[in-house]
Design a protein around this ligand. Sequence first.
Ligand code: MN
Ligand code: MN
Length: 471
Amino acid sequence: MAETKTRGQELADALLCNDKNGWESVPETERKSAIRFCDGYIRFLNECKTERECVEYAVQKAEDAGFKPLSKVKTLKAGDKVYFVNREKNIILAVIGSKKTCEGVNVVGAHIDSPRLDLKPNPLYEDTGFAYLKTHYYGGIKKYQWVTMPLAIHGVVALKNGKKVNIVAGDEEDDFTFVITDLLPHMARRQMEKKLSEGIEGEDLNVLIGNMPFADDKIKEKVKLNIMRILNEKFGIVEKDFLSAELEIVPALKAKSLGFDRSMVGGYGQDDRVCSYGALQAILQTEAPEKTAICILVDKEEIGSVGNTGMEARFFETFLGEVIRLRKEETDLNVLNRTLAASRMLSADVDGAFDPIYASVSEKRNASYFGMGVGLNKYTGARGKSGANDANAEFVAELRKLFDDNKVRFQISELGKVDEGGGGTIAYILANKGMDVIDCGTPVLSMHSPYEVTSKFDVYMSYKAYKVFMK
Ligand code: MN
Ligand code: MN
């Protein structure tokens, strides 16, 4: 027999926030969809460890779904699907809407670069019979996390003759790998007294790649020569070719389901490939939207969105301008500004999830939690909202309605305590151009580490959020 509710309980139901954990509150079919969606996501994480690999993956999937390269189309009409690749490192995909472009577009923007170690231009050296590669880390890392773990090299060498050599090594199962060594505890008394930020120094992040000399007494650096001999046989490169290369050292770890209950995903590069994957799946499934739907997968977010493949560059405006021209819409001088001002965007980037082991840096009432859905950050920034894009209340209200109407579970939080947290995304860049923008992404544990963790429920809800937003 159902108990009748007290007046207080009725009031509480009507007036107070009482969100339940997502796994508990959605039907079984939805739980299964979340698990299934993440099977594909885990495969994507294992296939794509660099921005170039993500672009290649996206182009393949886009072609399969009927998207055409923008450079190959002569006109555009409602329902058409196009994509544009910028220097193999970022990509824009769009499904043309029935409304005019200047009435506004719906953008989901995520980034496909992740923190890692880049090889220096002169990386290869030999010391005491060991061959090493010198690195310069990319993005915000905790250096001590990158030693004594299997590492792989992914990237490209551009040759003088205009050809490119793709290099992937150290990642194959049952084959070789690489590592950065650390001091044994027995001899680490002084190292252990240092601050955590100084225990491992940037200049010591040298990757161990060989130890076998080339047998020839006329040669000084025999181990280095032997390594170069192998590289030349395998990839056809010589030492000078490193000068024009982009080679990234990434964890040689497989992404997997995490936990006995398989409720989570563990893997490298989930910031921000989790939102990138969701945004890509969403645009691939978008058909005939009212407003043009756009997915941007961008490079260089982790180092400040700079350079010609970062969000600060003008490739997005160039793309929009081309869409307007190919649709034969009016092209007065102000049309691009009008389009931007009428447009909306979800800045699809990860959020730092509440971690009970490090609870003291979060404000519990405004943190994001695993299993509570996609995380919205009305603003990022820290210590007085400095540097933040602060989404307009009206835009947040629109999204609340959209998500509630479409059963997208979401939570709104901020990153860390007022004087503690804060972070940047691409949100402010598009907001500065006049768009309504809010950060909207998946909560992550151990963000920027070699093995980040997400909740399958939140991964799935992020994708659902992007999908309904593009529709
Ligand atoms: Mn990010
Ligand atoms: Mn990041």
